[in-house]
Design a protein around this ligand. Sequence first.
Ligand SMILES: Cc1cc2nc3c(=O)[nH]c(=O)nc-3n(C[C@H](O)[C@H](O)[C@H](O)COP(=O)(O)O)c2cc1C
Length: 172
Amino acid sequence: MELWEAIKGRRSVRSFQDRPVERELLERLVEAGIWAPSGGNAQTWHFVVITDPEQLRRIRTVSPGMLGNPPAAIAVCQDLVAARKKGGELGASLAVMDAAMAAQNILLAAYDAGLGTCVIASFHKGAVSRILGLPEGVEPVLLVSVGWPARVPPPPPRRMDVISWERYGNRA
Ligand SMILES: Cc1cc2nc3c(=O)[nH]c(=O)nc-3n(C[C@H](O)[C@H](O)[C@H](O)COP(=O)(O)O)c2cc1C
């Protein structure tokens, strides 16, 4: 797939077919995440792949932002204790950015494989941590639902008035 087609064609999918996603494909998505850049190459992330229907049901219960019934989800987590140890408070904020970079790689790799995804930030962090058995200091930053799309929404329009040249507000 052309990179530009992937960047523009990917949509947030919130309606999935009742069909499982093969383990190898999910591993590929995590591999894509692992190849994202990270501040100082810290790589303090961890990816929990969820496919067990009961685990998914528990996660859905505490994640109002998870719509539809995805057959899989990936929790992009960060070891904030390790990140702080490496880089103090800056390290902790970089770790959150790193998680977002990894998530975007996952979205694009999934789209390339014909899968639908949606990034989810609306979930109860403490409850998700407990359900996933995350150790002390490791936090879920984003959830990514993954599945074969049943419905792909039209692209929400993008604002185009967001570029300046040399100084803010200079449009020319
Ligand atoms: C940080 C972040 C958090 C998001 N959280 C949610 C969420 O909790 N639930 C949801 O359905 N979509 C969520 N989205 C998806 C956005 O609504 C979506 O990306 C946006 O409407 C643009 O649509 P598109 O992804 O199809 O281009 C989130 C996206 C981002 C980047």
